[in-house]
Write a protein that binds this ligand. Structure first.
Ligand code: KIV
Ligand code: NA
Length: 276
């Protein structure tokens, strides 16, 4: 059970073996995802939506990320742990970007970072890679730019957008990313990108041709209260299961059915008699 590294991604690109990736934000989920044999665990800034109660990823800070990355890395033995770089943590200056990426490996214990964007972040990626920090790219729907994109919608449908996506992908490949997440990209465009790029594409809402797939674990487990995006297949309905268990507990406490004799601890009659 050797640690998954960037070499594993290169090999997957050559052999056609699919990369599996999921998010985790805490220790127990990280352990379960790792023990399920998932190759890469993303501590995504989707943390903001999935567990912190925000309605976008924008409010998530470096300190939030470090806190959760540390919890995740304590639970993982085999998967590559990738820490997302939050909004504005890699834009202000090269120095700040490097310091923050460094924290994700040094304090967080992750093996790689992920950041959103194309040509405009290529030099930043190059600087991180030259420090020995593996970087995963993220193109298509990039939630940190939500206010600029004007909503969570498919990216790259028209010629100009599609050409920009291809250029961005080449630019960050050239800068040294080891893989690129493609979020909400039309299936044929994701296929073209996968065929042309030398690095792995990891799709989310980008069809079956990508070299790997990623989902938000809370989506696939059905743990969100609201509705999930179209591309997020539900493999379980934990929200309903949790609601059922919580209601059963409330009812049993109220009726006196819980706790039963098997949930209590006894003491000797002799000691007890001295207390009365
Ligand atoms: O934050 C996240 O979970 C992500 C994935 C959706 C790729 O960036
Ligand atoms: Na993210």
């Amino acid at each position: 059970n050797q640690r998954v590294t960037t070499a594993y991604f290169r090999e997957a690109k050559n052999t056609g073996r699919k990369i599996t990736m999921l998010t985790a934000y805490d220790y127990p989920m990280a352990r379960m995802v790792d023990e399920a044999g998932i190759d890469a665990i993303l501590v995504g800034d989707s943390l903001g939506n999935a567990v912190l109660g925000y309605d976008s990823t924008i409010p998530v800070t470096m300190d939030d990320m470090i806190h959760h990355i540390k919890a995740v890395t304590r639970g993982v033995k085999r998967a590559m742990v990738i820490g997302d770089m939050p909004f504005m943590s890699y834009h202000i200056s090269r120095e700040e970007a490097l310091r923050n990426a460094g924290r994700i490996l040094q304090e967080g214990g992750a093996q790689a970072v992920k950041l959103e964007g194309g040509q405009e972040v290529a030099d930043t990626i190059r600087a991180m890679v030259s420090c020995g920090i593996p970087v995963m790219g993220h193109l298509g729907l990039t939630p940190q730019s939500i206010h600029q994109m004007g909503g969570y919608k498919v990216q790259g449908k028209d010629e100009a957008q599609a050409k920009k996506l291809l250029e961005d992908a080449r630019a960050i490949q050239e800068a040294g990313v080891f893989a690129i997440v493609l979020e909400c990209v039309p299936v044929p465009l994701a296929k073209l990108l996968t065929e042309t790029l030398e690095v792995c594409t990891i799709g989310i809402g980008a069809g079956p041709h990508c070299n790997g797939q990623v989902l938000v674990t809370h989506d696939l487990l059905g743990m969100f209260l609201g509705k999930s995006p179209k591309f997020a297949k539900r493999y379980a309905n934990l929200h309903e299961e949790i609601a059922r268990a919580l209601k059963a507990y409330r009812e049993e406490v109220q009726s006196g059915a819980f706790p039963g004799p098997e949930h209590g601890f006894d003491m000797s009659e002799e000691v007890l008699s001295k207390l009365y």
